[in-house]
Design a protein around this ligand. Structure first.
Ligand code: HEC
Length: 134
């Protein structure tokens, strides 16, 4: 118990020290300037899509804007899905057949493990992001 108190005391001390060490910015009048907090502003669907595409979806490793690397380019996919009025979000749920490059489908299919865990909102966002490239 005594040790615990000691620890708590130390923790409080450390915290105090850390916050005192923080540099406070001041304006020319010497008044502290409010830190511009990066408030989590609501992302638009397309922005969320970009975030997912480059982030947790890891789609960017295989799909680039307009060059085919491992997967077809985003532009090619967007064009074909627009022409055929097909749905990327439904494809990503594993519910429709591939229409871009069926011969390579096995590679893409592995990603359904990620996309099937996504919410409808996230899938729609990915779709919107990809279609913005057409
Ligand atoms: C390991 C590489 C790889 C990753 C990562 C990857 N893809 Fe693909 N993707 C492919 C390949 C290869 C194809 C071509 C096969 C096909 O058309 O299904 C493809 C095709 C597609 C297609 C077209 C499907 C069709 O109708 O033919 C879409 C849409 C797509 N990917 C979206 C995504 C999204 C969204 C992600 C991220 C969640 C992603 N891909 C991640 C390799 C990948």
């Amino acid at each position: 118990m005594k040790n615990f108190k000691k620890l708590l005391y130390l923790a409080v001390l450390t915290l105090g020290f850390v916050s005192c060490g923080e540099k406070k910015e001041t304006d020319p009048m010497g008044n502290p300037i409010e830190e511009t907090k990066t408030t989590t502003k609501a992302l638009s669907s397309e922005e969320l899509g970009k975030e997912l595409f480059e982030g947790k979806g890891m789609c960017f490793t295989c799909h680039k804007e307009d060059t085919k690397i491992i997967g077809p380019s985003i532009k090619e996919i967007a064009k074909i899905y627009t022409d055929k009025k097909a749905s990327i979000s439904i494809f990503l749920q594993g519910e429709t057949d591939p229409i871009v490059d069926p011969a390579q489908f096995e590679i893409m299919k592995a990603n359904f493990a990620i996309t099937k865990e996504m919410t409808d909102e996230e899938l729609k966002a990915l779709e919107e992001y990809m279609l913005s490239y057409k």
